[in-house]
Design a protein around this ligand. Structure first.
Ligand SMILES: [Zn+2]
Length: 305
């Protein structure tokens, strides 16, 4: 297995990775965004942190015992909890031991996750919106940038004349042309296969507008912790990446910190077992409200060995 890999994943539930209580317009709990584009992102630190927690479940025997003691802080100084520096999780993901003052960065680095294709419902059914630069970044070299107010599609619009096709994306109603493009094979597993068949390439300038206009915004009630009942005076709104969004994130295994290839294989194995649990256990906020399950599409079941 290479020392870096792009993973693709589909949101099974809405995904809320909170920006930390910022209020934006009518939304109380906003999600993390890329500062430049305003596009939602999945911070690499969030992906890494959750992967680290779940990776323990994939360990065996002595490795697992040590890592569990570390995570629970058993027989450790409180300053060493989660950071013993001895267990395979600390060695893989890094640690900062507050007692011994020793620290080490991990053998694996997670980069921020970004949107690859974003689901929007249209009169012609669900489509997934992306851009020429995203697809080019994935090796789809033949994709061109559409005109300023034009869309490219890779599917048929039944009942429309080929030279006068139009598609609505929410409030937008734009002319579109059919072109030949798709997703890379690694993104076409499971739900990725359907997404790849119904892609829309939007102009670069319009993509953040489309994404932000189609995020989930929900209202919920706070629970009064004393009575356990809904506190009707405390409605709050939160936004989330909707279900069926295709996202991607890069993971790099540091070859310098892996003395041998089997070391690197072991790291990939640990990391991928952690990521396999993103689907049943979820990530991000409001997990207990049915949020956050994420299916990683291109895990290698043997962990790269
Ligand atoms: Zn540890």
């Amino acid at each position: 297995m290479n020392n870096s890999k792009t993973f693709f994943a589909v949101t099974i539930d809405p995904l809320h990775i909170g920006a930390g209580g910022y209020r934006l317009g009518r939304v109380d709990n906003t999600i993390v965004r890329e500062p430049g584009s305003g596009l939602p992102k999945l911070p690499g630190t969030s992906i890494s942190g959750v992967c680290r927690n779940y990776a323990i479940y994939g360990l065996e025997n002595g490795d697992k015992d040590k890592a569990e003691k570390c995570a629970m802080g058993k027989d450790l100084d409180p300053k060493e909890k989660n950071n013993c520096g001895q267990c395979v999780i600390c060695k893989t993901f890094g640690y900062a031991n507050g007692k011994t003052q020793k620290s080490q960065i991990g053998k694996v680095k997670f980069f921020d996750g970004t949107i690859t294709a974003f689901p929007v419902s249209t009169l012609a059914g669900p489509v997934w919106v992306t851009t020429a630069s995203i697809l080019k970044g994935l090796g789809q070299e033949n994709v061109k940038e559409p005109g300023r107010e034009e869309l490219f599609i890779n599917f048929d619009l039944p009942g429309q004349k080929k030279d006068k096709q139009k598609l609505n994306l929410g409030w937008l109603y734009l002319p579109c042309k059919k072109k030949d493009f798709s997703l890379p094979d690694e993104a076409k597993n499971g739900p990725g296969a359907e997404i790849a068949k119904r892609l829309v390439v939007a102009p670069e300038w319009l993509f953040p507008e489309i994404v932000n206009a189609n995020l989930e915004v929900r209202t919920s009630v706070s629970i009064d912790f004393e009575t356990g009942a809904a506190d009707s005076g405390k409605l709050f709104t939160y936004e989330a990446i909707p279900r069926a969004a295709l996202v991607q994130f890069d993971v790099v295994v540091d070859e310098y910190r892996c003395a041998t290839d089997p070391d690197a294989d072991k790291v990939w194995n640990i990391v991928q077992k952690g990521m396999a649990l993103f689907e049943p256990l979820g990530l991000g906020g409001m997990n207990t409200r049915g949020f956050g399950r994420l299916k990683v599409l291109n895990l290698e079941s043997n962990g790269g060995q």
